[in-house]
Design a protein around this ligand. Structure first.
Ligand SMILES: [Zn+2]
Length: 149
């Protein structure tokens, strides 16, 4: 009745602090919230993307250690198995996909660390070995951030 109970406050607002100065860009392609592509016609913002792509891989955990920042387009390119599903067409353009191997690598690259032991506490099976994202995305990242990847 006119007030919000503590339970109604989204937990992500209470816990996630991953959006911080100096890292406010897409961790895959390097675009910022002010760099919306001309062919992107819906909301453009940095999303807290789970390292694990879906319910089959891990329980959803709201914790900075379980997420990275992705733009909406790169978030769309996050699939459960990029070997089986290597490309995704978005607005008529084909992009390489990424999966958990790449999100773990990205977490390590930007955050400086990945807490694998923590990931294991909610992962279904064992987290995969990290792998550098496809060259296409690493070039984009370098072009957009000036940082070699
Ligand atoms: Zn991106």
């Amino acid at each position: 009745m006119g007030y919000r109970s503590v339970e109604s406050v989204p937990k992500r607002d209470q816990i996630l602090t991953i959006k911080q100065r100096g890292r406010l860009y897409c961790w895959l392609c390097g675009l910022t919230e002010s760099m919306r592509p001309a062919d992107w016609h819906s909301r453009w913002y940095l999303q807290e993307a789970h390292i694990a792509s879906g319910g089959g891989r891990a329980r959803r955990v709201i914790d900075d250690r379980a997420v990275i920042l992705l733009c909406p387009r790169c978030h769309d390119c996050h699939v459960s198995d990029s070997n089986a599903f290597s490309a995704k067409t978005i607005n008529g353009i084909e992009y390489p996909t990424i999966d958990e191997r790449h999100t773990i690598w990205i977490k390590q690259d930007v955050d400086g660390k990945v807490d694998i032991e923590f990931l294991k506490t909610f992962w279904i099976g064992i987290p995969p070995e990290p792998e550098r994202p496809p060259d296409f995305w690493c070039k984009r990242f370098t072009d957009n951030t000036g940082r070699f990847r």
